[in-house]
Write a protein that binds this ligand. Sequence first.
Ligand SMILES: [Zn+2]
Length: 124
Amino acid sequence: MLVQYASGEYHEHCELEACHDCFLYVANGDEPEPLDMTYWDEADNWKASAVNEEWEGWNLMAKHIEEDEESSSFSWTGCEVCNRRLGGDRYKIIAARQLSPGEALLRLSKQPVGEKDESELETN
Ligand SMILES: [Zn+2]
């Protein structure tokens, strides 16, 4: 989604379904305890480095949830932030990236613009 901030800059926003580990990391900077390898595979382990690498150049933010909105929903679909395939609760995360004027122009020619108030996003 293309979004114009009050400052006039254009940003690209993607809404992602994130696992609890990713959500806590994005919202608070908390990293989960490593999993016990007796029961789990190394691939199931959450790694900040993997997330940071995947989303380099993007700003990840927890999405503000309205009071009457569910904050999470259960899903067997993999987490869109860390790409792990574990089922579990999913939380909304916004990935935002500032577009260069050239990129913004290109995108503007292809899709309508949504207006977004920056205060709707909770940044850390
Ligand atoms: Zn995740």
